[in-house]
Design a protein around this ligand. Sequence first.
Ligand code: GLC
Length: 668
Amino acid sequence: MNKENKKQISLTLEEKLKLLTGKDGWRTYGANGKLKEVFMLDGPNGLRMMTDDGQTKKATAMPNISIIANSWSKEAARLAGETIADDCIEKGADILLAPGVNMKRTPLCGRNFEYFSEDPYLAGTLAKEYIDGVQSKGIGTSLKHFCANNREYDRFSVSSEIEERALREIYLPAFEIALKANPWMVMCSYNRINGVYASENKYLLEDVLRGEFGFNDVIVSDWWAVHSQFRRVKAGVDIEMPFTDKSYDDLKTAYDKGLITDEEIDVCVERILKLIEKVENADKVKKVEKTTEERHQAAVQIAKESIVLLKNEDNVLPLNAEKSGRILISGTFANDPPMGGGGSALAETDFKQERLENLISEKLGDSAVVDITANTQFTGDGCNNYIGNAIEAAYSHDTVIVCVGTGKWIESEGKDRTDIKLPFVQEEAILKIAKVNPNVIVVVYAGGAIDMSAWIDKVKGVVFVGFAGEGVNEALSSILCGEVSPSGKLSETFPLSLDDTFVKNNVGDGFVDLYNDGLFIGYRYYDHENKEVLFPFGHGLSYAKFDYSNLKIEKTGDIEYEISYTVKNIGNISAKEVSQVYVKDECSFVVRPEKELKGYSKDFIKPGEEKQIKIKLCKRAFAYYSTILKDWHVENGIFEILVGSSSRDIKLKGKIEINLPEEMQFTR
Ligand code: GLC
């Protein structure tokens, strides 16, 4: 709709109010044909389009967001967005209700599979690329769930009780960074924040999101997240979804009572018309670029970037016919890998998985022997009938790959996990197989952290595949057989056990979830408590070996620095390495995390080659949020720059002294 059309459109009051309450479950109101109906669909892990009889239309099942985050690759995140956008264009969706950037405060949260990380910088920077990828194709996005929706239990009413610094430094920055990609919408969350529903939290929506972060487009409610029509309009929620007669009636009543004004309605209408205009303009340019097969290959490529090699004792990986001998694969996930967790983020594909044993056989060549234990069920109750088969077969093989994990029945929207161990029967299978075979490799298909303490010392290899989408077996076999070195790194800490986490049980204490862990979530928490972990944030092994050297820190402005360092591949296979830059405030007058991620780089390096990597650090890399100044503040003093291969494998350290002029410092 161009400027002229806009002037010509005159909407009746009823049409305006209906515009604010949507048309149905997925579309905006068309005002009797005057306006285009904007069609919005889930989800972050692939297009989820329901048919009238409640089935899900098939689409490309992508590596889940949590697994894309393990790639630490901005290119992979962007490619994921572009690929899902092709499915959207093909099926006529205008906006993808994604990505979610809620922080992983507890490994129990049921939706962690569709969130990026425990670190706001990693989550925000990858979400920005994902949004850019989707929107570069003329499909809009809806950044979600704003904000502090960090568990599923009681999500429709729980109040996330968070002090200001934790809100500003942990729970908001991923949104702030992702907003740089100009998502067409932001979705408010279900929960309360400090006692006020997100859908009517004027401070967070108007003052912070719009006023401070500069977001002036449509805020859409999460589905059924509105509790008061007039309070949500006053807070700036433009569209309530889904449409219900009651929503319209309540909105009309609020208007008739004078609780909302024509001006307030017109502000929402204007933003919705602007959104419709964006969609109409996009309609002129968007076109499907990747075939279904090319989209599948994109899913494979992203999975290859995201699979994490957690343990590789005695170089049990990569497999090869001579070293690995007769190989046995067991576990139903091998040929029925979960595509994701349950709920609105589950994409369904009709891609038929290549059998893992066949893929491995092909890659290892004729001399390889790769068997699979028939019907090894490590999931349902019937599994005990099959563990025996697996143990018996394990005797007569040299290497055993045990495929275990969770899936949509365990990890899902609408509920939290009650534990982070594998199902008992799966642990049992690993332990019994490991008793009879010295070369066990466990492949884990899950959306979040798994407590491996019961068996980690009994096996030689652990590969965290996650929910790696429809291309998982092609990607996994390629890594297991050494065609490509693993380069994924954990985007969330794997604790030794649930007891080691701050939020031991996630049932919560009634209506209020006290965030008294404050700033200290994820690696920030384990550092602060000086706790051992199973695998740290940023951990991931490679088939190559990397040497870090030559750290240089150059001051390029008042509070701008360029960090440079060299990474050399001293191994004998080309591989990608994710190097990470953390900042530590050595002497602070406020409590601060031990270190915080402020930069990273993923680089392909051939054997013997070295790469010089440059990372720019600006004010926010050093600042904390001052609740006195109501702004970000950098204290003068010593800061340490730490460069590592993970948050707990620091290779290089350097110090800088920040000495800003008096007027930029607090008066004591
Ligand atoms: C769901 C989810 C949200 C999703 C929406 C539409 O309840 O919270 O992420 O986009 O409703 O399905």
